[in-house]
Design a protein around this ligand. Sequence first.
Ligand code: GLC
Length: 738
Amino acid sequence: MRNLITSLFLLLLFNSLAAQSRQKPINERVDSVLAQMTLDEKIGQMTLFTTDWGSTGPTIRPGYREDIMQGRCGALFNAHGVTFTRELQRIAVEESRLKIPLLFGYDVIHGFKTIFPIPLAEAASWDTEAVKASAEVAADEASAAGLHWTFAPMVDITRDPRWGRIMEGAGEDPFLASVVAAQRVKGFQGEATFDEPNHILACVKHFAAYGAPFGGRDYNTVDMSERMFREVYLPPYQAAIEAGARTVMTAFNELNGVPATSNKWLLTDLLRHELRFKGMVVTDYTSINELVEHGVAADEKHASELAVMAGSDMDMQSAAYHRFLKGLVEEGKVPIERVDEAARRVLRLKFELGLFEDPYRFCDEQREKEVILSDRNRSIARDVARKSIVLLRNEGVLPLPKETKKLAVLGPLAADKDNLIGFWSAAGEGRHCVSLVEGIRNKLGENVELLTAKGCEITGDDKSGFARAVEMARQADAVVVAIGESREMSGEAASKVDISLPGVQEDLVKALMETGKPLVVVLMNGRPLTIPWLGENAPALLETWWLGTEAGNAIADVLFGDYNPSGKLPVSFPRHVGQIPVFYSHKPTGRPYQPNDKWRSQYLDESNEPLFPFGYGLSYTTFEIGSPKPDKTSFRSGEVVKVQVKVTNTGNREGEEVVQLYIRDKVASVTRPVKELKAFQKVSLKPGESKDLRFTLFEKDFAFLDQNLEWTIEPGEFEIKVGNSSDNVKAVVVERVE
Ligand code: GLC
């Protein structure tokens, strides 16, 4: 009895102390833990190791369990699932000296187990709620699997489809990418109070300008003007930080001569002082050690000093801080205050997540069973997927009739499942995907006879399967042919100099087209491809990217008209790789293209124009977008310009249109792009229905960096251009007056 009373007393005492502790401001609680820590333990909090459960980089260090017990790492990545994370967390909070809980991170880029469209595809939806819903489901599943932190959103602008990681961002435009970045952060973090264990820390990456490597070659040099950096590449990082992203990841690349991981201007002057980021900076995978290869560090100890003093708080997988930081502090090269600052930032995250109160609050087996791959999540994934599809051509073929009796579903990706999850597919599994053939079968049931064959592989020159495929096409009422890339052909370390369709896939389409049957080409790819022949000859062409677990159902929804495609390209599709970079918001130059005038900025052997431009996408209905009507023809400092635009569904089918608003500063003290996206609205209209859309343009929308890199607005005329694609707009002029 006495023991029972003693135990009850101690329990009450512990709870009351914990309750008092919980009431203390987090900073005080952080400091109280920090005060107990040795230098080794502080450095441990600055160290992130991968487990051997997955490989997302060149090295894997053995012995992470011992590292945890010895307090040598404060966070792990590539570990997920309640069982595994609970096991590792137990080591930390029961066997280490100070029992500081671990942070578990993972690349939950577009879904955890229920895989959503690749981020580039989601950006093509221009649907801000869909983008947020995707991140929310990803966070719900990841947190149910014991994870606290995702290394997303990746917000790197790129205008170079040779770069495989184009699949991971939101395309070429800073405005669209900024909207998408903020929505993803809000989806991952929720209100960022973490009161419930169903949201996770976001990590905006890769800071900065990783998407502009020379030659489109991953990890290559990045060198650009500060103007270009601030106007084009910086905005999405800023938007993610303003949306509350708790962590930032440094990029592998150098920026203008200084690698991001040791770039004090980037990580401290810009990120901390200008953008006022208060969270934690983690490096990318072994990027501290790579400072030696960059040639800015004599050895890995020197690299550690450069990185920590520049502002890198946590070392991902280099084990550089683990090996050298103590010596650097003892030698006086790194002040202990810098180590304390970095360790505080890590501890603060763990307090925010409630891990000190309950290290296992993200380890709920029951919730893991209920949440992951739920019907609800699959339904949301299907909705986001179909909204991400872009209709590029349709010569009266789509939608296919549901009464189709015999359908040939051909091509190397027709029955494929494994590629549908794309690159960076976290714990996703191809076996959970709905293939295109399965999606069509689900849609049409047993009323249709499906004839399926690959016809060819994705790569290689073997055409021996053509004859069988063509014969099936001849027997069918219509043909759907799924072609594209394999998932490894885009993503990290997947740069290409030839971005045309691999293998003999285009020849397969040509052979099938000779049958004269109604034919739909379904593209599955992670990057824009140079497909000029298809782009000008395919009877119908759907860009479906990699749509994830519900791909087949989503594509079938569009093929048979249960969903009217509404996607718009977030990135230009070049006609030829030689045009790169080709993007809509280009400068006019002093010799803009004029037909039949040789002495102009043009190619002898190719057009200047992309095959498909930014913002382009067709529908099964038609829309009429009226001229923009500004509420004033001239505006002064401090005034906004309200713009009204009437949009009408002039077709016979309900549909959604993305009305895009661009501006052009006609004359300025520095050259300005021919147009820049400043607003958009996605609107659903019934046949014959009209809506008056209202946009508000603020001072910042007219501003640019002057020759001194100061934001300014100059008097003069601005064109306001509105339309349903960057190459299809109606303009009106307004004037900024002193
Ligand atoms: C990779 C990627 C980064 C990812 C990290 C952890 O190399 O560059 O985006 O989050 O390593 O997997």
